[in-house]
Each structure stands twice: as structure tokens, then as C-alpha cells.
Design a binder for this molecule. Sequence first.
Ligand code: ARG
Length: 457
Amino acid sequence: MWGARFSDGPADALAALSKSTDFDWRLAPYDIAGSRAHARVLHRAGLLQDTVLEQMLDGLDRLEADVASGAFVPAPSDEDVHSALERGLIERVGPEVGGRLRAGRSRNDQVATLFRMYLRDHARSSAQRVLEVVEALTDQAETHMGVAMPGRTHLQHAQPVLLSHHLLAHAWALLRDVERWQDWDVRADESPYGSGALAGSSLGLDPEAVAADLGFSRSAHNSIDGTAARDFVAEFSFVAAMAAVDVSRIAEEVILWATKEFSFVTLHDAFSTGSSIMPQKKNPDVAELARGKAGRLVGDLAGVMTTLKALPLAYNRDLQEDKEPVFDAVDTLELLLPAFAGMVGTLTFHPERLESLAPQGFSLATDVAEWLVRQGVAFRVAHEVAGACVQACEQRDIELWDLSDDDLTAISEHLTPDVRTVLSVPGSLASRSGKGGTAPDRVREQLAEVRRHAADL
Ligand code: ARG
């Protein structure tokens, strides 16, 4: 590609180091789309005759078909996807026609554009996969509407909540990840084609036309930024890592819930594994892999950020290191999310177990305190009175609702037998009826809201 200035070819060791076709080949369809758009602007600028444009477009069509069928693959001597495809074009249309396409473009603006195209497509497909997990959560929430469970803080029993409320909490987090990819796309929607190596093109080519041709709504405002910027890669990687981290938080709960001690769920056979030595085992491998792969995606993000740190403008070859981490993130999510959605969708919940644990651990103590507040007692006093109830129960190994009328009045004159109206899980749930609360009516509305929101994304 640059032979004239050199008296010798690259050393084998350099060629081996430099080569990127084993990982950038997936950009081939985007490279060919970029070449078509570039051929058209060369033609529009009067730099390609009609017949030459036709031959070139025909050659690109044939090359595209050969790439798709596997008839054209990178040769050992090709450095990257761009140079391999230029060779492929020249093989099909000859050097006189094929050799004209490189005018006014550089691999620097090419790769920056193709990479955006690839990631824009994959932001959509990955988001779709995240929405499948949201759907699995929402379906479970709908099926188990009305089932109470122990809500936790610090992993300790805190207050009863609806299982559906808990599952939807995860759904909202994942919906934000999908929104993040959409917000990201607004910024990624800018084509660097026409930036050339760094300074732009002197050939009168129209970057806006190429941008429109490639599905971008605008072209780069600054050719240096166009070729050197990779924040679009880092930001994509963050969203991917965030989605994986959000999934890992569900995963960790499923792992706990499937233990003998919790017994909240049973995993479906198709989404759990056995042990080669312990015949009784049923392991939550999907959830564990989700938890593990979240670490991998965080590593991918760190890799991209570290490549960019302190890198001077404009293009530097370090930037070739921007691809593998984010490709890994995309591939990992593509493997993980369908399995994860399948696991969530096939979980069998055990409502009796969840319900029986919901009021345990004195999780209705806050209800006693808030009932007292509604009777006009200051919260500071109410908190102490409810705490005294818990202490009395703990000493006698009984539950709050076992306290007799006399026990109650002995603790505080404010504790009339009426307090028992809130000493039940349904009473507690129903009382949390403000927007976003766990009252059954609110959660039913919330479920509809999640479904509406997911459909709009
Ligand atoms: N393969 C390179 C990359 O991914 C693009 C080639 C640019 N090379 C160059 N020497 N300017 O970044």
C-alpha cells in the first residue's frame, strides 16, 4: 500500500504484530458500504467517469457476495480489513479502476466510520436482547402478582414487599441501559468519512453525502476529532458493562434464592447443570456465568479507557487496540443475554415459602411506628415504642402479633389493640400506596408502565 517510499517490505515480525484481520474482518460489510458511498462522491466530484463508477460498484457487489459466501477471505499478507478489501476489489476490476477508490480517503477516516456503523447496529441488537430479559422479568412479575416476600436491606429482613415489585426493580435498571444505548446513538450518529488521514480532503468530496448514504444524520465537524475520537467506543463499552453489571445483580439473587436455605426458587432443568460426582446437585451456572462475565465486561471497558488515556491527536496506531475489547463485550452479551432471559423466564418461584418469610425478622416494626405517627405520636417516640415491642418479642421468642393487649399497653399507652390492623403483611403492603410503593394497586400500574416503556424503546 505504501511501497514506493520503501526499499524493502516489512519484517515478518512487524507484519505479524501489525495484522488485525483476525479480529477486524467482521467490519468487512461496513467497509464495502463505505466504499460504495465513497465511490459515489468521487463520481459526483467529477473524479470518476460514469463507466468507471459502474465498474467499481459492480466490483464491490461481487466482492460483497464473495465475502458473504466465504469465497473471499483475508490473505496472510493483508494487514487489515481495509487493505484486504482493496486487494479484493483490484482483483475483480483491475488496478486501473480499483486503484482509484483510495483517492481522498484514508484508513483513518474509514475505520472510524465503519466502527461507528458496526456499533450502532450492535447497540440495537444488544438492546433488543436486554429487552428480552426485561420481558422475562415482567412476565414473572405478572404471573406472581400479589405474592409477598421479605424485602431486604443489608441482606437482612427489612419490610415486606411484593415479589413483582422486586422483579420490576431489576426491569427498570435494565430499561435505563437500553435508554443509554439510545442516548449514545445520538452522539455516535456522526460520520468521520471525509476527514482523510486527519486534515480533510482537498478533492472537493462531500462528507455530508457520504454520511447520508451510510445512515448518519451528519458528518464530523472536525476532521482531527473525526479520526482520533474513540469516546464513542468507551461509552458503548460502559453501557455494555453496566448492562452486564445490572444482570449480575439479578444473578447473585438467583444464586442465593436457589439455595436450600432460601428455597425461593427452583431452576429449570434446561437452565441448570449437574455435578459429575454429586448426583443430587443442581447448579445455577447461568447465573454464575452472568456474574463472572460482568467482570469480563468491566475489564473490556477498562481496556478501552486505558488505550485512550493520554493518547495525543490525531490517529495513532494504538487505536487499533480499540476493537477487541468492545467486540468481546458485544459477543459476550450476545451469548449471555438469551441464556439469562431463558433462566429468568423458567424460574419456578415458591410463593408459600416467600409469603411465610415475609413477616419474619420483625419486618412489620416500621408499620407499628408509622401507625403510631398516624395516631399523632412523634416519629422519634414511635420508633422507640416499636423498638421496645421488638425487644419484648425477642426476649420471649414470639412475633409482634403475639403481643397481648396488656403487653401492648405496658409498652406504651399509645398502643391500642387497633395497631393489629397493620400487623399483617397484606395490611403493610396496602399501606405503601404512594407512587412507586409496593401496594398491589401501585405495582399493577407499574407493571403496565414497564410494558409500555419497553414497547416504546
Ligand atoms: N487497522 C487500523 C486500525 O484499526 C487502521 C489502519 C490505520 N493505519 C495507519 N497506519 N494509519 O486502527
